[in-house]
Ligand binder design. Structure first.
Ligand SMILES: Nc1ccn([C@@H]2O[C@H](COP(=O)(O)OP(=O)(O)OP(=O)(O)O)[C@@H](O)[C@H]2O)c(=O)n1
Ligand SMILES: C[C@](O)(CO)[C@H](O)COP(=O)(O)O
Length: 395
């Protein structure tokens, strides 16, 4: 992604997600910082990155990392379109401040500050924070305190019962008008505040609560990690989707199939790069998660998709699966044409598809067939593609 930030897909404010991932995870213990531990087959950090990356109203994402974690970060961010990460500081508050300073040159209107250690953030929670920012300088998701609260001394003897009325547990993403929170963080440096709402409050700003989600908990202790892992062991389901697409031949000297440029005596005509293979695959993935089709997400009526490389569409479909906490288990693509000959390019196509989606090569099958000179593909009028996507979703 370029270092210039546009508004969301519907226009409107430039809104950047700032993910803080520079902590060491001392309370959880173990070798690897918790945000890089594997949960459901992916690093914990990857889960929230996928959700923000799939959100249409988030223009860009920056992650704040510990300098020692660069290789771990690269692995977790593989295939996602993110801003260059920046180094964090000793405390969360320092990491947020440094992240905000790094964003200043992009001049966003709003920022959503999120803990990498909250993997189960949902589009719904993000939407509620964003909606509140229309009317307020700051908004955070929170859940009401449901248990009776006790105060105790160092020996565990109760010294009082705290009235829980009006008490809420703060979550992230915490959303703010950018300049307000940046100025507040500068002013609060050295004050040791545990969330960004407290930083804006200290500067006299008003922050409102929106409904959070019990599932949007932070992985802090080994128990939290066990609970998070249990979610993925639950009764998940496997879904299969199919996709089909056709593009007609037109003038040109190459076709793009499965993300690979193949020299040919004609091109394929279409609004985008007419990559019939990637279109069929994207539709198969959308189908598996009942998320509409490629035309709904990327309407041909919109000029910005003219000539677009189709890996954008495929990555988007894969991102939606990730945002649901799911995984693509297998893709099977069949290209149907007399010419060009697909065989010599099959491995390159499979490799490119796996690269776009961050999959192991063994999870992508590419096949080709002719129609024995019958029908429109047989007459050499165009190329057709059909695809199947097998996807697992958490229970
Ligand atoms: N210096 C720090 C400390 C924390 N964080 C991030 O802030 C989030 C919430 O912090 P917390 O759960 O306290 O994480 P850790 O600081 O890693 O945990 P611990 O206090 O147990 O070491 C995490 O995503 C963490 O990576 C950060 O970016 N920089
Ligand atoms: C910001 C936060 O996630 C709000 O609940 C939380 O305060 C950060 O974690 P920490 O454990 O307090 O550092």
């Amino acid at each position: 992604m370029t270092e210039a930030v546009q508004g969301g897909s519907k226009g409107g404010p430039k809104r950047v997600a700032l993910i803080v991932a520079a902590g060491r995870g001392y309370r959880l213990g173990g070798g690897l910082p918790k945000q890089y531990l594997t949960l459901g087959g992916r690093p914990i950090l990857r889960h929230c990155l996928a959700t923000f990356a799939a959100h249409p109203d988030v223009s860009a994402i920056r992650v704040v990392i510990h300098p020692d974690d660069r290789p771990l970060y690269e692995q977790a961010a593989r295939g996602l379109d993110l801003l260059e990460p920046v180094p964090g500081g000793a405390e969360r508050q320092d990491s947020v401040r440094l992240g905000l300073e790094s964003l200043a040159e992009l001049a966003p209107d709003q920022v959503l500050i999120h803990d990498a250690a909250r993997p189960f953030v949902t589009v719904g929670v993000i939407d509620r924070v964003i909606a509140a920012l229309d009317h307020h300088a700051g908004a955070i998701p929170a859940v009401a305190q449901a248990d009776t609260l006790k105060r105790a001394d160092a020996d565990g003897r109760i010294t009082g019962t705290v009235d829980r009325a009006g008490l809420w547990r703060a979550q992230t993403p915490q959303g703010f008008r950018f300049e307000a929170i940046r100025a507040a963080h500068r002013a609060a440096a050295g004050q040791a505040l545990t969330d960004d709402a407290a930083v804006l409050e200290a500067a006299g700003g008003t922050v409102v609560l929106v409904p959070g989600a019990e599932d949007n908990g932070k992985v802090t202790t080994a128990d939290d990690l066990r609970r998070a892992e249990a979610r993925f062991r639950g009764a998940g389901e496997v879904r299969v989707g199919t996709g089909f697409d056709v593009h007609a031949f037109g003038p040109g000297d190459h076709v793009t199939l499965g993300g690979v440029r193949i020299p040919h005596t004609q091109g394929l005509s279409g609004h985008s790069d007419a990559d019939v293979g990637l279109h069929a695959l994207a539709d198969a993935i959308y189908g598996a998660i009942a998320a509409g089709d490629i035309g709904r997400h990327f309407p041909p009526s919109e000029a910005r998709w003219k000539g677009a490389p189709s890996d954008v569409f495929l990555r988007h479909a894969g991102g939606l699966v990730e945002a649901l906490g799911g995984r693509i288990l297998h893709l099977d693509l069949t290209l149907i044409c007399e010419r060009p000959k697909v065989g010599p390019h099959r491995a390159a196509i499979a490799g490119r598809i796996a690269e776009i989606l961050g999959l192991d090569g063994g999870r992508v099958a590419v096949k080709a067939t002719t129609t024995e000179r019958l029908g429109f593909t047989g007459r050499g009028e165009g190329i057709a593609a059909q695809a199947a996507a097998t996807v697992s979703l958490p229970g």
